[in-house]
Design a protein. Structure first.
Lengths: 290, 378
């Protein structure tokens, strides 16, 4: 029983990390159908910038704000310099552009920052919290809380605000959106800025747990992408559920079967789910007009 | 006829300047890419030492010219660069091969062309079987395992759990440790793994905790994995002795782990890591202090074990070239093999015809982290 609780806590911690990354995919995907593979790099930038400004002597909250702001600016630059010029290109080409951008950002981070690993102090100390015979670190609660908060924020954004609906409309049909007076160019810029900000926030929250280095983005983006696919791409509910489920699969496999197979089992489950529900658990069925 | 004479004279002149004024050294290191944290300090170390030796008059009055390529950790590039070093840059010796992968590509070129080559990578396969022209400076994973198991024996530990990274380093060391455990009367009761980028290892550690009879835990790995393992170890309240590998023997590890979680962790490291607390009589003290001071003054960052490997390779090479009194690759090779008691940062090297690593277990110091600092417990 104690062991089970420990596995679940571990799964929730790791799952919340995946969920935060997966949530970042949501906005850009909703605005443009593009899966932004530079999302992991936004997470990395969030972590790295916070670490470096924090070490330069700024208080942690301010350092985190600067990191989120700068990363948003990088997101906007990515849209202006790489995505917008290729506006007419098919989605696949745009996705490939984001892969290129991720390699570029990684290379630049290596030069601007360094090639070492870094860590931030935990926000509320390192004393583990004992619950139900198992332990969880306070930082894990921050990450889980952060994921929930971003989820609620996104959910409200897409369902309750005009801007959120305008973003959805832009993805749905760009021409029609323009005809009803939506500034689609601005919606794209906004979506990149918000996605980058969510990525950076994820970076700030997870750095005390996962540590940060210039190359952590790839693995995070892959897991976040898998989580988003599992839950249903573009749906904040799906990103949250997908991330937590993926984390739990991994932890339970490591605990009860073998740590050798944990990634394999997690991905087999994803394949099985996608086989039955190709849109993911919460994905909406798309009907294409012929 | 006249033309031929002119050409011959020109060639003779060219050869004379080539052989008389400078010694050409080559290096292919992974200063960028995944192994950059190894290759970067290595490249910086070589550049610094070449400057230093040249400023002091070179080797027997001849200046060293270093051609350094960055292979980015890619074995294919390493092979191309090795060939270029030999054919275009006409180097007389090569240092490099940051990783075992890149070393293996450089190695075949060095062997084919008969160029002495000192590798900076860990795997035992590089020098076992012994190859004519190939040497290496880092100790092997196997030696690290043996050092750890010897320490466990003296503490009366015979049953352990192991948790290893699935990256190349972790997997290789895990296999070597399993191989030599029996020789030291160590029984591995449970063996877990984690992927190099994993964020939480509490499930694996919980399993080890629940295994009856485990007296200590060994974690072969490098990068962030061992730091997270150590933090999770403290989190779930495992109070058995924890052993890490030489892969994380740097101050960065304590920083990443946090002082509290790192308390009591033991690992085999080199003299360089504890330069400040080495006893004054220690043979390695002057060498490690000189390197540490120079490196930290020049680059403003802490020295690492990995830069130390490059330091030792360079010193070995310079020593061999000086003793050979020539820049003929074969003579340098022979001189290298005759190296006796050369004091490096990693250990004290003595090569022989059947040992191209030249270190023994005494090169490792068993270290323990106490109050966020290293202490030697040998």
């Amino acid at each position: 029983m104690d062991a089970l609780m420990q596995f679940i806590f571990s799964g929730l911690t790791v799952g919340a990390v995946y969920a935060l990354v997966a949530l970042g995919f949501t906005i850009i995907y909703n605005a443009s159908d593009v899966v932004n593979f530079a999302q992991g790099e936004f997470v990395m930038l969030g972590g790295m910038i916070t670490v470096f400004t924090f070490e330069a002597g700024l208080p942690l909250p301010l350092a985190a704000l600067i990191a989120i702001f700068v990363t948003s600016a990088v997101g906007v630059a990515l849209n202006k310099l790489a995505i917008e010029p290729a506006r007419g290109a098919p989605v696949v080409s745009l996705i490939i552009i984001t892969i290129g951008a991720s390699i570029f950002i990684r290379g630049a981070a290596q030069i601007v920052f360094d090639k070492q690993l870094h860590r931030l102090p935990s926000f509320s100390g390192d004393e583990p919290i004992h619950m139900l015979g198992a332990t969880i670190l306070p930082q894990s609660l921050w990450v889980i809380g952060g994921a929930l908060l971003v989820f609620v924020g996104l959910y409200l954004f897409f369902t309750r605000t005009l801007t959120g609906k305008a973003v959805l409309a832009t993805a749905n049909n760009r021409l029609a959106a323009q005809l009803v007076g939506i500034n689609t160019g601005f919606m794209m810029t906004l979506s990149f800025a918000l996605s980058a900000a969510i990525g950076a926030l994820a970076g700030v929250l997870v750095t005390p747990i996962t540590l940060v280095g210039y190359d952590i983005g790839v693995a995070l983006a892959l897991k976040g992408f898998a989580a988003a696919m599992l839950g249903g791409m573009g749906n904040p509910k799906g990103a949250l559920a997908g991330g937590l489920l993926l984390g739990l699969f991994e932890a339970l496999t490591a605990g009860y079967i073998s740590s050798q197979y944990k990634e394999a089992v997690a991905f087999i489950v994803i394949l099985a789910v996608l086989f039955v529900m190709p849109q993911g658990i919460f994905g909406e069925k798309k009907t294409e007009r012929v | 006829m006249k033309l031929t004479t002119a050409l011959t004279t020109l060639m003779a002149l060219g050869l004379a300047t080539g052989a008389g004024a400078e010694i050409r050294l080559g290096a292919s290191l992974s200063a960028s890419g995944g192994a950059a944290f190894l290759g970067d300090p290595e490249a910086k170390t070589l550049e610094m030492l070449v400057e230093e030796v040249n400023a002091a008059g070179g080797i027997n009055g001849e200046e060293i010219v270093l051609t350094l390529y960055d292979d980015g950790g890619d074995p294919n590039k390493a092979r191309t660069f090795a060939t270029r070093l030999v054919e275009d840059d006409e180097v007389v010796a090569i240092i490099g091969g940051t990783t075992t992968g890149t070393t293996m590509s450089v190695l075949s070129v060095a062997e084919d062309e008969g160029i002495p080559f000192i590798s900076l990578a860990g795997a035992i396969q590089i020098i076992d079987p012994v190859r004519d022209y190939v040497f290496k400076t880092p100790h092997t994973d196997r030696m690290a395992c043996e050092k750890i198991f010897t320490d466990m024996q003296t503490r009366g530990i015979s049953k352990i759990g192991m948790i290893a990274g699935t990256d190349g380093f972790g997997a290789s060391m895990e296999a070597q440790c399993k191989d030599v455990a029996g020789d030291h009367g160590i029984e591995i009761l449970v063996a877990e793994t984690y992927a190099p980028q994993d964020a939480d290892m509490t499930p694996q550690l919980t399993k080890i905790k629940a295994t009856e009879g485990v007296q200590a835990v060994l974690n072969p790995g490098f990068g962030q994995g061992p730091a997270i393992v150590t933090r999770n170890y403290a989190q779930i309240g495992l109070d058995l002795p924890l052993y890490q590998s030489h892969g994380v023997a740097s101050d960065g590890f304590i920083e990443l782990t946090g002082v509290e979680a790192a308390e009591g962790v033991r690992l085999p490291g080199t003299a360089l890591l504890i330069a400040d607390i080495l006893e004054d009589g220690d043979a390695q003290k002057p060498v490690v202090m000189a390197y540490k001071t120079a490196y930290e003054a020049k680059y403003g960052e802490a020295v690492s074990t990995f830069g130390g490997y490059a330091h030792d390779a360079f010193r070995l090479m310079v020593d061999a070239i000086a003793r050979a009194g020539s820049d003929d690759p074969d003579e340098i090779r022979d001189a290298l093999e005759e190296t006796r008691d050369l004091v490096g940062t990693t250990g004290i090297y003595s090569f022989s015809a059947d040992d191209h690593l030249g270190l023994n277990l005494s090169a490792f110091r068993m270290l323990e982290i106490r109050d966020g600092a290293w202490t030697s417990i040998d």
